[in-house]
Ligand binder design. Structure first.
Ligand code: TRP
Ligand code: SF4
Length: 329
């Protein structure tokens, strides 16, 4: 039985937090049993926005391998690899760079947004503009059928499909299939201040945090601001602690709602309950990653093995792509 091919990647930009986990990784772990999965660390992608400051890149790469393994990505089930160890991504990117119209890249919705948002970085670079071509190469090198992405990444995937179609048409060779997005309703976990969980807001809980830090972060979370006394009726839908309960205490969530709305539970008690549930989930993963990080050489071995497997696959596609273009000997 041949399984459908899945591919996705994550940038090594810092510690994996619960928002990353519930937004993507949690889903990747489940996909491993159903698909032929390929998950990679997108270190070249990290350079598209982080080229000027690479001092932490290696450390972030190693810790991301540890986080991958600690949450349950399994090198026996999935190909886990590092993008820069598979130079075929760069070679395929080069071919796509030759025939992708500038206008396709310039109209990519995140392009202008990010240039405006990340004002402290100079993103008027060739590499940043061309990053959708690199992403297309990542996906098409493995002829992926499905790419698990969030709603916001769908336009990028559409661009990958256009790049595949154009290549096949220009060289009159059906080398690349058109990948489909795999949209799974991601569970949304807000940050500790109620905004989207993001490193730039300083509102994350990450797997690198020790259990005491996690407990304090939960105890300091923003709740319903209108609630002063325990007997005040609460509004759980505006409370980030309640959003956590929805994920970590699914069986108790309706009872918590009625106790909150009825003024029968105080926020401190509610947060204590939440902290216990978060710890139950977080502590084992934190301990696993801490253990794994004691032996970075072992992590490097695992990612080298995975990268060798990925390279063999990507090289097959690359041979077809070269032949289609009639480049080389
Ligand atoms: N662009 C993704 C991110 O910023 C990472 C990524 C790179 C990716 N190449 C990919 C995701 C290919 C899915 C498929 O996190
Ligand atoms: Fe939030 Fe719980 Fe306080 Fe209600 S009781 S406002 S759900 S912390």
């Amino acid at each position: 039985m041949t399984r459908k091919i899945v591919l996705s990647g994550a940038r090594p930009t810092g510690d994996v937090h619960l928002g990353n986990y519930f937004g993507a990784l949690h889903n990747w772990v489940k996909l491993q049993d159903q698909y032929d999965c390929h998950f990679f660390i997108a270190d070249w992608h990290a350079l598209t926005t982080g080229y000027a400051d690479t001092h932490a890149l290696h450390e972030h790469t190693i810790s991301l391998i540890a986080d991958f393994l600690a949450v349950g990505l399994d090198p026996e089930k999935s190909v886990l690899f590092l993008q820069s160890e598979v130079p075929e991504h760069a070679e395929l990117f080069l071919l796509f760079a030759m025939n992708t119209p500038l206008s396709w890249l310039e109209r990519c919705p995140t392009y202008k947004d990010q240039i405006n948002q990340l004002k402290e970085k100079d993103l008027t670079t060739y590499g940043f503009l061309g990053y959708p071509c690199l992403q297309a190469a990542d996906i098409l090198a493995y002829k992926a059928d499905f790419v698990p992405v969030g709603e916001d990444q769908v336009p990028h995937l559409e661009l990958t499909r256009e790049i595949a179609r154009r290549f096949n048409y220009l060289y009159q060779a059906p080398v690349f299939p058109e990948p489909q997005p795999l949209l799974t309703a991601a569970k949304v976990l807000p940050g500790t201040d109620g905004r989207k969980m993001s490193k730039s807001y300083g509102n994350t809980i990450s797997f690198a945090d020790d259990p005491e830090t996690v407990r304090q972060k939960v105890m300091n979370m923003v709740t319903d601001p209108a609630r002063i006394r325990k007997t005040d009726p609460g509004h759980p839908d505006v409370c980030s602690v309640f959003a956590f309960h929805k994920i970590f205490s699914p069986d108790e969530v309706e009872s918590i709602r009625s106790q909150c709305e009825g003024g029968q539970i105080g926020c401190v008690a509610c947060k204590k309950q939440c902290a216990a549930k978060v710890a139950e989930f977080h502590t084992p993963i934190h301990e696993k990653r801490t253990e794994l990080l004691k032996n970075p050489d072992h992590l490097v071995e695992i990612i080298k093995d995975g990268s060798a497997k990925a390279r063999a696959l990507a090289a097959r596609t690359m041979a077809e792509a070269r032949a289609a273009v009639r480049i080389g000997l």
